[in-house]
Write a protein that binds this ligand. Structure first.
Ligand code: NAD
Length: 269
């Protein structure tokens, strides 16, 4: 007997990630797009979401009514922090599982997602690529080994449309390094350097940000030692990797129990 199709709802369907997700869903035999929304101000409202994504007509028109998402088994949300929180409320109220890939969430926003995850399965991950998930594990291990005399710096580059900095992935890599060192990132992060900064503090984890062109996403964690340097890097060349990872997370969420998950749970699930 064949398994039933998993019904997917995409808020932010007119966005860069929304359109990429719709393309990947069209190519997935086990997934069916049932709802696509965007903001009331979006010029894409009323358009066929498949045509907009470049896959041909799919009959799912882009709506500004978030209630249309309630018919989905899983919502995949790459929008904005405020929108993701609103959609998590809908998912929790309607019993839909959810994948949140939006970055730039505050601690309060994350607490709101965790609250929704008490009633539905919710995967939250600032980077849904398999490669970056493994990179974070490596960073944690290396940071635990390279302690005395080693300085950790995180460098990231993204396209010029990106609105938050450092990237959610850079912060997640910083968290991984801090975990490896047994410290809290809040206590050791150095995000901004300008003017008379004084010497670098031992144990700090520094961040540097580049923005320009069409860079999909590049991250390096650099361990500076005395006369040597270890660099661990990931370069994304196509956004499809994030969409494919998000679909993997959606399949996981569709059959998971209520709870708050990340990509490590998805890869080991
Ligand atoms: P984008 O601006 O191209 O798309 C966002 C879309 O969401 C827009 O179409 C916008 O109109 C829509 N939107 C905003 N509020 C909405 C609402 N209330 N209801 C419905 N739609 C709404 O941005 P993007 O490049 O697609 O990125 C979106 C988010 O995903 C960002 O936070 C980005 O950093 C993040 N991102 C995460 C990953 C990952 O691996 N987790 C990868 C890429 C991007």
């Amino acid at each position: 007997m064949t398994s039933p199709m998993i019904k997917i709802g995409i808020p932010g369907a007119a966005g860069r990630m929304g359109r990429m997700l719709i393309r990947e869903i069209a190519a997935a035999p086990d997934l069916e797009l049932v709802a696509a929304t965007d903001r009331s101000e979006s010029e894409a409202l009323g358009q066929d979401s498949g045509l907009l994504a470049g896959t041909g007509t799919n009959g799912v028109l882009i709506s500004d009514n978030p209630e249309t998402l309630a018919g989905a088994d899983v919502l995949i949300d790459f929008t904005s922090p405020a929108a993701s929180i609103a959609h998590a409320g809908i998912a929790a109220g309607q019993g839909c599982a959810m994948v949140v890939g939006t970055t730039g969430l505050s601690g309060d926003d994350e607490a709101a997602l965790a609250a929704a995850a008490q009633s539905v399965p919710l995967v939250y991950c600032a980077n849904t690529s398999v490669g970056v998930t493994l990179l974070a594990k490596l960073v944690e291990q290396v940071a635990a080994q390279l302690v005395e005399g080693w300085d950790i710096e995180i460098l990231e580059a993204h396209h010029h449309h990106k609105v938050d900095a450092p990237s959610g992935t850079a912060l997640a890599l910083g968290e991984a390094a801090a975990r490896g060192r047994g410290v809290r990132l809040d206590n050791v992060s150095d995000m901004v350097r300008q003017g008379q900064t004084g010497a670098r503090r031992d144990g700090d984890i520094g961040f540097a940000v580049l923005r320009g062109g069409d860079v999909t996403g590049e991250h390096s964690v650099i361990f500076f030692g005395d006369s040597e340097r270890v660099e661990i890097s990931h370069k994304a060349t196509d956004r499809a990797i994030f969409a494919r990872g998000a679909l993997r997370a959606a399949r996981f969420a569709a059959s998971a129990k209520a709870g708050f998950y990340d990509m490590n749970d998805v890869l080991s699930g």
